[in-house]
Design a protein around this ligand. Structure first.
Ligand SMILES: *Cc1c(COP(=O)(O)O)cnc(C)c1O
Length: 397
């Protein structure tokens, strides 16, 4: 059996063939350096400019507010570190949330070691940021609020417009890590009062190693990667022309298909959630029931250890994830699941399944059937489950 069901689209996505086709000529034919003077490089320069326009259009920005980076992590590092540096004279306090990606959390922790103070605002049991806690955290020396658009583990979508309004009211810059949301749900930087935004190519069927940073005109952050004068002197390094072209194509496709894709994925996601929560006992859905990414489902199964579940799913040809790709390999449960209030032993039994528009109903049904077998098998080997059943009796599936 060589079936492959890829349900880890929050970790990375397949590059669309149209994207690869758009990229290829920029390796072999139009390989010139877009910064060069001679006309041979004009086509590369034109292609970079075109991709910049596609990206700007997707989020309602201006072309010259878009900067290409080496990925989502670089954009997140840049946003936090460069804002801290540029606005240190105004204040040294930053607000973020407890459920950010590690590209934000670890950068914030680094800043704490370098003279800045960070407040990590909590979330409710659905993973929504507590707005009253956010407001209460604001101080005269707060220079930045950074809250992700949608969570990479539990899929919860944050109220960006409300957060943006709060930031604006207090004259504080607002950055959002939109890596999971970009191209998947609508975002408008003006409506939502966003000053800076991070995105990444490989989370929307584009190539890996290419990212975006949106910086609103007037935000005074400087370069983070030093060297040449590329990207209006704000991001040195020869342009990754094929990567930029691929990202531009992925954005163009995402824009054209967003409504249709989101409706399709939401339908499949809800079918998955419905079957898993009704057919597997002692299961909980993590994340907001409706304000969640169209392709995200995240569950906790009691008496189950996430890693063993993933190994057995893999043997059935199913790719899923427990926590995020970055936390697997560590024994700590996900910081996101702890932040929504789950105890350690429950957070350990988590499974994230993230779909794509290529996922079929048949894939989902096969996955749920396998999952039921796997959970029953693992529970039958669990002393904790045995004790529980002795005390409470067995639940009907
Ligand atoms: C994947 C991801 C990142 C990191 O992006 P890379 O391009 O892989 O560096 C940052 N934030 C979130 C929310 C992500 O999902």
């Amino acid at each position: 059996m060589s079936r492959l069901i890829y349900l880890d689209n929050a970790a990375t996505t397949q590059v669309y063939p149209e994207v690869v086709d758009a990229m290829l000529p920029y390796f072999t034919e139009h390989y010139g350096n877009p910064s060069a003077i001679y006309s041979f490089a004009d086509e590369a320069e034109r292609a970079v400019d075109h991709a910049r326009g596609e990206v700007a259009d997707l989020i309602g920005a201006k072309k010259d507010e878009i900067y290409f980076t080496g990925g989502g992590s670089e954009s997140d590092n840049w946003a936090l570190k460069a804002t801290a540096e540029a606005y240190a004279a105004k204040g040294k306090h930053i607000i973020t949330s407890a459920i950010e990606h590690h590209a934000i959390l670890h950068t914030a922790q680094w800043l704490e070691k370098h003279g800045f103070e960070v407040t990590y605002v909590g979330v409710d049991e659905d993973g929504k940021i507590k707005l009253d806690e956010l407001k209460a955290a604001i101080r005269p020396d707060t220079i930045l609020i950074s809250v992700m658009a949608a969570n990479n583990e539990i899929g919860t979508i944050q109220p960006l417009k409300e957060i943006g309004e709060i930031a604006k009211e207090h004259g504080i810059l607002f950055h959002t890590d939109a890596v999971q949301a970009f191209g998947h749900i609508p975002i408008n930087v003006d409506d939502m009062h966003i000053d800076m935004l991070s995105a990444s190519g490989h989370k929307l069927n584009g190539p890996k190693g290419i990212g975006v940073m949106y910086i609103r005109k007037g935000v005074k952050i400087r370069s983070f990667i030093h060297g040449g004068a590329q990207e209006r002197q704000r991001r040195a390094g020869t342009h990754n022309v094929p990567g930029i072209v691929g990202l531009g194509k992925a954005v163009e496709l995402a824009k054209a298909n967003m409504a249709e894709r989101s409706a399709y994925e939401t339908k499949l996601r809800d079918h998955l959630i419905e079957r898993v929560t009704s057919e597997i006992p002692y299961t909980r859905l993590n994340g907001h029931r409706t304000d969640r990414l169209p392709n995200n489902a995240n569950f906790c199964f009691r008496f189950i250890e996430g890693e063993s579940m993933l190994i057995l799913l893999d043997q059935a040809g199913i790719c899923g994830s427990s926590g995020s790709a970055c936390t697997s390999g560590s024994l700590d449960p996900s910081h996101v699941l702890l932040a929504i209030g789950l105890p350690h032993e429950i957070a350990h039994g988590s499974l994230r399944l993230t779909l794509s528009e290529k996922t079929t109903l048949e894939d989902i049904d096969y996955t749920v059937d396998k999952l039921k077998e796997i959970i029953a098998r693992l529970r039958s080997m669990s002393p904790l489950y045995e004790d529980f059943v002795k005390k409470n009796g067995k639940a009907e599936a």
